[in-house]
Write a protein that binds this ligand. Structure first.
Ligand SMILES: NC(=O)c1ccc[n+]([C@@H]2O[C@H](COP(=O)([O-])OP(=O)(O)OC[C@H]3O[C@@H](n4cnc5c(N)ncnc54)[C@H](OP(=O)(O)O)[C@@H]3O)[C@@H](O)[C@H]2O)c1
Length: 325
């Protein structure tokens, strides 16, 4: 039996139950990991509250990102062996001291990536990679708006977009968060709880507006995010930390300048193993170069998963959070 955090019924942070579970031996194509750290992500709250249905029914082990050491290998697994250090992002199962994982979703960690770093990189770092390098080609001369620029995704995105030569504008929830975003490569910050962020973007860019808006906040920043885009600009709605966008009138894209809009997810961009490995190696490389650091600003014991979710949902965190068994 090993310690894990399970959800037996959908609800608030109180449904995260710290308990012992049995972890089976790995089946064909699977490996078993001794986990060293698990990432905490907003998506974990969507599964917990039932906004995203659990693919394995109830109860389920929460968490979607982690890293650990291979301790057993199932039949048919050729490229992993006991002792290998791996990271992964898969739906559910991460908040646990041990777990079984499909080998084809495990990525070997290079020596310069530690377990805790990997537990905040596999989902958040690779998401930033596809958002900046696949969904849009951010480069010198690009102006980007990143909402919640101080968050797990936000701080990585600010550093990476800055390293690519972009002008980075970020919205943040407080003055302290603004300082942190600036220290992580954000050129201009906007206090979006007090200021009209679309008007400020217009002012900062002298009317030129942004080429791309990265919006993981959702409900409270829509549709004003569209007013931050230049004609033919791209609206990337990649999350809903304030709640989902209820209705999307496609006519808005015409009215606001023949805009483009997309609602991407890492699952699609990393669906094929070759794409997963490319995203991972690009992300490990930018970390290795020192251009992007993974800021782990909150670390909780596995038994404190409820507090970790409360902190995340009450906007009390900055950067990445992890759980350690
Ligand atoms: N599509 C994908 O592939 C993908 C992958 C990973 C993550 N995501 C999405 O990216 C977003 C960020 O994820 P994360 O894990 O890095 O979280 P996070 O940004 O660290 O935390 C959420 C932040 O959102 C801001 N926020 C604004 N309104 C909020 C509200 N009503 N309640 C709570 N927070 C609010 C807060 O920052 P301020 O105080 O500065 O406002 C808060 O700190 C989430 O929407 C997540 O679902 C999407």
């Amino acid at each position: 039996m090993v310690a894990a955090v399970r959800v037996h019924k959908a609800g608030g942070p109180e449904v995260l139950t710290f308990e012992d579970i049995e972890v089976p031996a790995p089946g064909p194509g699977q490996v078993k990991l001794k986990q060293h750290a698990s990432g905490i992500n907003f998506i974990d709250t969507y599964f917990r509250m039932g906004m995203y249905p659990s693919p394995v029914g109830m109860p389920f082990v929460a968490g979607n990102e982690g890293a650990g050491e291979v301790i057993a290998v199932g039949p048919g697994v050729a490229d992993l062996k006991i002792g290998d250090r791996v990271g992964y992002v898969v739906p559910l199962g991460a908040y646990s001291a041990e777990r079984v994982l499909p080998a084809e979703r495990a990525v070997k960690l290079p020596a310069h990536i530690g377990y805790e770093q990997a537990a905040a990189t596999m989902l958040k770092g690779m998401t930033v990679c596809y958002l900046l390098r696949r969904t849009f080609d951010v480069k010198k001369g690009t102006t980007v708006l990143i909402h919640a620029a101080d968050g797990g995704i936000g701080l990585i995105a600010c550093q990476w977009a800055n390293a690519l030569g972009a002008t980075v504008i970020g919205t943040v929830g407080s003055k302290e968060k603004a300082e942190l975003a600036k220290a992580n490569g954000c050129h201009h910050t906007i206090l979006y709880r007090e200021e009209d962020f679309a008007a400020r973007v217009k002012e900062i860019t002298a009317g030129a507006l942004c080429d791309v808006v990265y919006d993981g906040v959702g409900k409270t920043t829509f549709p004003a995010s569209l007013d931050c885009l230049r004609p033919l600009g791209l609206f990337v709605s990649f999350g809903s930390s304030s709640g989902p966008i209820d209705a999307f009138n496609i006519g808005l894209l015409q009215a606001k300048g023949s805009l483009f809009a997309t609602r991407p997810t890492l699952n699609t961009y990393a669906a094929k193993r070759e794409d997963l490995l490319k995203l991972a190696s690009e992300t490990f490389e930018v970390i290795g170069s020192g251009k992007v650091k993974i800021p782990i600003n909150q670390k909780y014991a596995l038994k404190d998963a409820q507090k970790a979710h409360r902190d995340l949902e009450s906007r009390a965190t900055t950067g990445a959070s992890i759980l350690v068994p």
